[in-house]
Write a protein that binds this ligand. Sequence first.
Ligand SMILES: [Zn+2]
Length: 241
Amino acid sequence: MKIDRSRYARTVVLTGAGVSVASGLRAYRGPNGVWEEHDVQRMGHVSAIKDRLADTWKLFGAMRGPVRTALPNPAHDALARWEAELHDDQQFPLVTQNVDGLHQRAGSRNVCEIHGNIMYSKCSSTDCTSVRFRDEDPHDVVVPTCPRCGGALRPDVVLFGESLPALASWTAKKALRDCDLFVAIGTSGTVAPASDYVRGAEYAGARTIYVDLEPMNPRNPAFKEEHLGHAEALLPELLGM
Ligand SMILES: [Zn+2]
């Protein structure tokens, strides 16, 4: 069933890696995933911040080149157009687990990046007052240092074992409390955050839709609809574009 965009006042969309696959960016998991080549869970773990930051940079710095040259695909474009065509009384936060910034490049404005953005660096010291900045350097040779305190810099992404940024999480959960439409695209429907978010949306009485290439396994009953296929083909169709 198509989504009649005029019917919903408070939509929350959650996107994951599946949305960026058609832009040539690989998922962590799955066939050809980054996961298969590197010990992602170790190299990208928060414990590496203390003494193995070179590992963190090796893993995430290498993604900067592909992300910089990747282009938004029709799934990103459809979501940007949805937001651009909203009426004044409609809300539409786009919550994303993707760190590639492609939603913004497609034109989405109200984006909540719960896992950070790989094209930004920040100081690894929580006491430092410097702010994150755009940084395209992969830093694959030397761990860069903070211009303010001299501490090590890190990519501005959420590492394994690290909690989500407070403001982004709060914004997402607040929007879910009274949403009337929740759509999860290209992300697992059975693990967090989608599994948490859909429960919140269901409780709020929202229509809940799951869009992904693979069916949920096991099926999460909080999603009332499941649409299977490539996001870049399915989304424009679902949204009547
Ligand atoms: Zn610093």
